[in-house]
Structure formats: C-alpha cells, structure tokens
Design a protein around this ligand. Structure first.
Ligand code: ADP
Length: 393
C-alpha cells in the first residue's frame, strides 16, 4: 500500500510517499515559498532530484502540482494508488491522545486549537483541505506532535500557577516532538526486545526536547505549554524566569509578543554566541577558540544535562539514553561532552563507537551503567505507519 506523509507549514509543504509493504520511500520533497515570491519545489525519487521555480499562489496549487508530478514522473501510475494521506499536526491540545481519522469534526477541532499553535494548526488545515479537494475519497489521518505526551500525569503537566488558569484556559504542559519520541521508544523496544525500558530520549535539532519514557509511555517532557520551554535551542531560549519579559518590555519599549519573538528567534545558540544558531558553526567556533561559542556550547550542554539528570531521578534510573535529530545524530563532540558530564550517574561512552554518524548504533562503553544509543528519528515513517494502521481498522 502507498501512503503519503505530509507536513504542511504556512508557506511550505513537505511530503514523503511510502511503499508501506517495505516501508520504503518512493519519493520525497518540499514545496516552498507558497503564496510568496520565488516559490519552488524539489522532488527526489529513484536517486534523481528535480527542482523547479514555479508560481505557487496557494497550498491547493502546490498539492495539485505535487500529485500531477508523481504521475508524470512515473512514481505512481494514477492517484488511486495513494491509499491514505497522513498529516503532521503540531497541536492536538488535550483533545487527542492518539492519531485519528480526519473528519469534519477533527478539522473543526484543529481550527479551535489554533491558540495553542497559531502558526502551525491553520497551515495544517490548509494542507488537509487542499488534499481533500484533489483526493476527496482518500482517507486522511491526523498525527499529533502532542499526542505521545498525553500520558503525563498531572504532577508533570500542571504548572504551579493559579489552578483556574488550567481550568479556564487549559494552561498546562503539552510538549512537542511527540511523534519523534514515540518512534524512538518503539524502535528501542523492538531492537532491544524489551517493553519495560526506562528511556531518556534526547531530540536535539534546531528545536530540541528531552522526554522521560517508561514502558513506552511519556512520563515527562521538557517542552511545555509551547515549544519555547525546556532546553536551550538554536534560536529559542528554553526555560527562563518569566519576570524577564515585562522587564525587557519596559526597557526596550516592546510589547509581549515582540519579546516572545526575541525568545523564539534571537535567543539560544544565536543569542548567546552572537554568531550563529547552527550547532555546526558553534562547534567550529569552539575549535577556533571563539569565547562566545564556548559559552553557548557550555550553556546548551548544561541545560541538556540538567534535564537528563532530572529524568534519571524521575525514572528511578535509565536503561537507555538515546540521541536523535540533527545534533543528536551527527555531532560527535556534543554527544561526548554531554555524556562526560553524566559520568557521576554511571554513563560512559565508547569513544570509538561515538565517532558514528548516521544509522542506529550503540555508543556506550561495556562498563556504562546505562546503554547509550544514536538512533535517526523518522517522524514521516511514524505518520505513514499510523495512517496505514488507522485506515486498515
Ligand atoms: P530541525 O528539524 O529542528 O530544523 P534538525 O533535526 O535538522 O533540526 O537539526 C538541525 C541542527 O542539527 C542544526 O543546529 C545543525 O547545525 C545540527 N547539525 C547537523 N549536522 C551536524 C553536525 N555534523 N554537527 C553538529 N551539528 C549538526
């Protein structure tokens, strides 16, 4: 069966088409700058890559063109070969604890949840409606970034703030990257042939989050009401004292959303290093002895290690520490420096094995108290798997 996995943003549309019999990617690509100038698309298939600049006034045009190209390039013979479409959804609030078949009610819920993901949920709805137009009879499934974290108990998800904020406005921790953390948990359970693992999953990309998982369920996660909370990230601050916000508003004559914008887009690696949001640049800056990069690197490591230590205690130990996403999968020095700081908890790397880049690999030393793995995440495959499972029910 062939399943399409879709991630629709406000001006972009990312897709992967899977042959689910072999869980193989038949084609993948990105439509960018939808609704603005210089819109273009890239489609990769069969070792070939095509790229074209073309007018994409809205998501519907992008989706029609994508489907047209899949047939034209011979990737599928006809649109009827697409058995289902899975959509990545940033926020399911506390409505959705798992993936669901998309109905009109689900679409309305996504619209109602827009306060929790103002940039993302409306874009997802655009993506869903565009597919509905061209493939009206093809089942579609919503896969939520927040769903995996719905197993947190109230001690984890409540903030110590007036309870009425939760009752009246649903102010609570929702978390993000849930599809990635779920993929990590399921893959480790399968590979290690154990369901009862205590896992600390470190999704370290441009955005980053750490999740404590027990018996395949999320116990706690570092992102919060929004993805701004938790560890330091590429351009996001992670946890800070909220009193800083009105203080800077007054000093700089800004309103709250402008300061939140600073915390989302001009903080993290970029803010502290005053150099780059990209971890590779920070690593190179450290090698060149740039003090601001050294500081940014140290702060990042400090926040990551704090969460790992926190979750180690919460889980009563750790069977597997797992690194994933851009930094987690590829950065040998970041993994090394993080694990070095965890030596007091018995974590120890195999220095040689840690040189690995890409692929699923054990990188802990034989005398490490916990296993340490690198595991490339695959949110697209997780979306396709959920879609297949739900349409087959
Ligand atoms: P996102 O999906 O959140 O945009 P990714 O998971 O693609 O992010 O991760 C992007 C981050 O991974 C960037 O900071 C990038 O510098 C970092 N990264 C990728 N490769 C390496 C590497 N070899 N060394 C260090 N960081 C890397």
């Amino acid at each position: 069966m062939k399943i399409m996995s879709i991630n629709a943003g406000s001006s972009s549309l990312k897709f992967s088409l899977f042959d689910m019999d072999k869980e193989e990617v038949l084609a993948s690509g990105l439509f960018e700058r939808i609704g603005i100038d210089q819109s273009n698309y890239v489609i990769k298939y069969n070792g070939t890559k095509i790229k074209q600049e073309i007018d994409l006034p809205d998501h519907s045009v992008a989706v029609s063109l994508l489907l047209e190209k899949l047939v034209e390039l011979g990737i599928i013979r006809s649109l009827s070969e697409i058995d289902g479409v899975g959509h990545r959804i940033v926020s399911g609030g506390d409505y959705y604890k798992e993936s669901v078949l998309i109905t009109d009610k689900v679409i309305q819920d996504l619209i109602d949840l827009k306060d929790f993901a103002p940039l993302h949920n409306p874009a997802h709805v655009l993506g869903i409606n565009s597919f509905k137009k061209v493939l009206p009879n093809t089942p579609m499934v919503a896969v939520f970034d927040t769903a995996f974290h719905q197993t947190m108990d109230e001690v984890s998800y409540l903030y110590p703030v007036p309870y009425s904020w939760y009752e009246d406005y649903k102010v609570r921790k929702y978390g993000a990257h849930g599809t990635s953390h779920r993929y990590i948990a399921l893959t480790l359970q399968k590979e290690l042939k154990r369901d009862d693992l205590r896992i600390i999953s470190c999704h370290l990309g441009n955005g980053g989050s750490i999740t404590a998982i027990k018996d395949g369920k999320c116990i706690d996660t570092s992102m919060g009401f929004t993805p701004l909370a938790g560890i330091m990230m590429g351009t996001r601050s992670g946890d800070i004292d909220p009193s800083i916000i009105p203080f800077v508003m007054e000093k700089e004559g800004k309103n709250a959303s402008e300061v939140i914008d600073d915390l989302n887009k001009r903080s993290g690696f970029l803010g502290l290093s005053r150099y780059s949001s990209d971890a590779r640049d920070i690593v190179n800056g450290v090698l060149e002895g740039k003090e601001n990069c050294i500081l940014a690197e140290q702060k990042f490591i400090r926040t990551v290690v704090s969460y790992i230590a926190n979750y180690y205690v919460l889980l009563g130990g750790c069977d597997v520490l797992c690194f994933t996403a851009g930094i987690g999968e590829n950065s040998v020095p970041f993994r090394m420096k993080i694990v070095e700081k965890l030596a007091c908890l018995g974590f120890k790397l195999d220095i040689e094995a840690n040189q690995a880049v890409g692929g699923f690999k054990k990188i802990s030393a034989d005398d490490s108290k916990s296993l340490i793995y690198v595991l490339p995440t695959n949110e697209e495959l997780m979306i396709a798997r959920d879609t297949l499972e739900i349409i087959n029910r």
